[in-house]
Design a binder for this molecule. Sequence first.
Ligand SMILES: Nc1ncnc2c1ncn2[C@@H]1O[C@H](COP(=O)(O)OP(=O)(O)OP(=O)(O)O)[C@@H](O)[C@H]1O
Ligand SMILES: [Mg+2]
Length: 430
Amino acid sequence: MNTNIGIDTVNIRPGVSILSVLRHLNYKPWFAIAEFVDNSIQSYIDSRERLLQVDGDHSRLLVEIELESASSPRIVIRDNAGGIAESSYRRAFRPAEIPTDRSGLCEFGMGMKSAACWFSPRWSVRSSALGENVERLVSFEIEKIVQDNIQELTVNSIPAYDEHHYTEIILTDLYQPPQKKTVSKIKDHLTSIYRVFLRDGTLEIRFNGELLEFISPSVLTTPYYRTPEAPSIRWYKELQLDLGCGLSAHGFAALRAVGSTSEAGFALFRRNRLIQGSADEGYRPEYIFGKGNSFTYQRLFGELTLEGFEVSHTKDGFRWEENEEAFLQLLREELDREPIRLLSQAEGHRARKTADEHKSSGVDQATERTARAIEDRLPPVVEKQLQVGPELQPPPEILETTELIAKRDFDIEYNVPQKLDSALRWFPIW
Ligand SMILES: Nc1ncnc2c1ncn2[C@@H]1O[C@H](COP(=O)(O)OP(=O)(O)OP(=O)(O)O)[C@@H](O)[C@H]1O
Ligand SMILES: [Mg+2]
């Protein structure tokens, strides 16, 4: 194969000064991983036409994230996007070198470098761009770069097929290997952050082999609480807010069918990617949601895409400047506008138990009481019976009648048998 190697080194000036401080950025692990996913998505969008030509119309972007917790824990992020092309290669590795097109998810020229240095002291990027017959590998060893004041890194190139396209980033010797609980949060947040791309089928993310899938909460459908006899309403509305000066927001707001203290709130997007309010960190300003114990806090949710607002360079928050108050005022007005008064309904609506829930709790209580009665009262009675010995007289033909004191019918199967069974286990002869 005729290999066009092209690049031997990349210049990383002013690497030393910047790279060594990136470790102290205030990232959450999911927003750090998101930097790599952003790049994969942008690369896929930029080269979609050519990728579909090579891989077929049904091919889609796959980002695989693997967290290996062996003796030397590492994270591997691999994609099948367009790869880092020769034309962007030198820029890609130089900190703060902004891309020519900043209108997408690649904007500040820092994400990959920041996130990689935040996670680990040693990382590498292996990539082959679609249409280039070479695979390039570059490795960063931050301590060595700092100590030796290294300005250029060697690029190792090997031949590859023109039609192959991928990027693989390996973060080695993680400073803080994510523990079990954090791993589960990372999955939830990534799902939440990329819900738009996951939903429309552009993107598939696999985390340690598990396919991430976003599940939207069900929307409350019930009459307005002040007119309970009126027909049911679906508590959902689309929103369009115009703040002037090129600032606007659009999306939807709704009430959850089932309240949640952790999962309600707004998710705020920019360019289809969530910036603020992912998973259990929903955007719930007190001005709209009230205190943490309000009904609105547990019911109101929505997705809003903001236009014209800037974001922090770690893309985990909006830079509101002076505009958040105006945004919230407008939002609150719209949320409670007739005919779908979301805020009023959120506060006034009381979840009535369904007939089944009622039955279930009644049965549960009765079973509980019966089980307790058996535990308390049966042992002495049976004990006495055992001592008395067998009854030799035949039973009377007609039994004595007695007054009915109480009667209960249960027509549904709940966990009655298990509860009684465990009560009876206390009793030695069973
Ligand atoms: N997985 C990838 N596939 C293709 N190109 C990539 C990939 N990862 C990085 N790149 C290239 O490397 C460049 C640098 O990435 P980096 O994340 O450091 O900065 P950026 O994306 O340009 O800006 P931002 O700070 O907004 O992330 C990207 O602009 C892109 O050209
Ligand atoms: Mg980036």
